[in-house]
Write a protein that binds this ligand. Structure first.
Ligand code: UD1
Ligand code: UDP
Length: 356
């Protein structure tokens, strides 16, 4: 069997790995490396347990820190493992610091590189994820694109070889867990809420947490949203709220603040939400897939189809725009389901079988 190393480090990558690993294992020897970028139980192990992801083979335990520290430390440790394991291919996911570190380590050691979620851009190189996307897409051999937009972006960069439109692996894992998601009453019992009678809020992007004024715009808009709001809080955001003394914005009877939630509970809460308020790339596309409208707290442009079809309104970190979007929430009568058919992982494996 050929050997494939999958490298993950952050919450959304564990979810993407859950889908791919299941499809990969019958055909390849998979070695999983966890960089340790995320490490709290709720941000990491909970996904391995709930989604039955195989145990990691290496945990680099890099932890938190500035980008240079994270990428540099990961690069040194990944290189050692790549030299020892001699894989036929390295697979990376998305656009985190773990992604670009593994991309550089693979190419420097002449190992083929596959990028899941290739071809997306935010068109601002100072957004932390954008440089990770650019580095990885310049260096890849296999571009596993989620949408035709991604293919077009790669074409505009002169990249046409090894480019595949396979759909989104996050849809695969939703469909694999569909019955559990629909029949899960846990979040309603725990939070005393009714289906379609609450809003799910997630917020963690650097631009919305590191910039005090942006976080204040977002949190202060919540007082105008006359709904029950469930807010599973990312550790980065919790820290920012504490640092800026913004607790009073979320300490309200209609706002339920929780630790980060497990995967199934989160999907159930997205599925039955009236709408979502989010700056998460994952939640943006999941809400679209569940046919739930959303207000985007970010000006990211990765999932443009969901905006063009009217499912998501892009408000950015602006109180005025968020409130305007709230008063304008509608459920579009058309959805193209452009994020794929739940077979993205199988398609990746087929491509690897044919090309490695
Ligand atoms: C990272 C990714 C982002 C992705 C997000 C998913 C980069 C540049 N950013 O952002 O693209 O959307 O993951 O959630 O790679 N922390 C904890 N416990 C943890 C993890 C983080 O307390 O288990 C805190 C630390 O204070 C840390 C901060 O969160 O400094 C930020 O973590 P980091 O992984 O650097 O960035 P994210 O904001 O999570
Ligand atoms: N998610 C979760 N629990 C939470 C918040 C999010 O399981 O409390 C899931 C979400 O449904 C999606 C993924 O985590 O599948 C998205 O991760 P995140 O928002 O951290 O990162 P992004 O997608 O923006 O990179």
């Amino acid at each position: 069997m050929k050997k494939v190393i999958t490298v993950v480090g952050a919450r959304p990558q564990f979810i993407k790995l859950a889908a791919l690993s299941k499809a990969l294992r019958p055909h390849f020897k998979e070695i999983i490396i966890h960089t340790g970028q995320h490490y709290d139980y709720e941000m990491s192990k909970s996904f391995f347990d709930e989604l039955e992801i195989p145990d990691v083979d290496y945990n680099l335990e890099v932890g938190s820190g500035p980008a240079g520290y994270q990428i540099g430390t990961m690069l040194i440790k990944l290189e050692e493992i790549f030299i020892k394991e001699k894989p036929d291919c390295v697979i990376v996911f998305g656009d985190t610091n773990s992604t670009s570190a593994a991309a550089i380590a693979a190419v420097k050691n002449k190992i083929k590189l596959g990028h899941v979620e290739a071809g997306l851009r935010e068109f601002n190189k100072y957004i932390p994820e954008e440089s990770n996307k650019l580095i990885t897409d310049i260096l890849s051999d296999f571009y596993f694109c989620p949408t035709p937009t991604a293919i077009d972006i790669l074409k505009s960069m002169g990249i046409t070889e090894g480019v595949y439109n396979i759909g989104d692996v996050m849809i695969d894992i939703i469909l694999l867990n569909w019955e559990k998601i629909l029949n899960n009453n846990n979040p309603f019992i725990t939070n005393g809420i009714k289906k379609k009678d609450y809003v799910l809020l997630t917020c963690h992007r650097a631009n919305n947490t590191d910039l005090k004024e942006n976080l204040e715009q977002i949190l202060s808009s919540l007082s105008e949203i006359k709904e029950t709001i469930i807010f599973p809080i990312h550790p980065r955001t919790l820290k920012a709220i504490e640092t800026y003394n913004f607790k009073h914005y979320i300490d309200k009877p209609n706002i339920i603040v929780t630790k980060p939630l497990g995967y199934i509970d989160t999907q159930t809460l997205i599925h039955y939400a009236k709408f979502v308020l989010t700056d998460s790339g994952g939640v943006t596309k999941e809400a679209y897939f569940h046919e739930v409208p959303g207000i985007l707290l970010d000006l990211q442009t990765e999932w443009v189809e969901t905006i063009n079809e009217g499912w998501n309104q892009q408000a950015g970190p602006s109180k005025e725009n968020i409130i305007a979007a709230y008063h304008n929430i509608t459920i579009p009568n058309y959805i193209s389901k452009c994020l794929g058919d739940g077979k993205a992982s199988e398609k990746i494996v087929e491509i690897l079988i044919n090309n490695l």
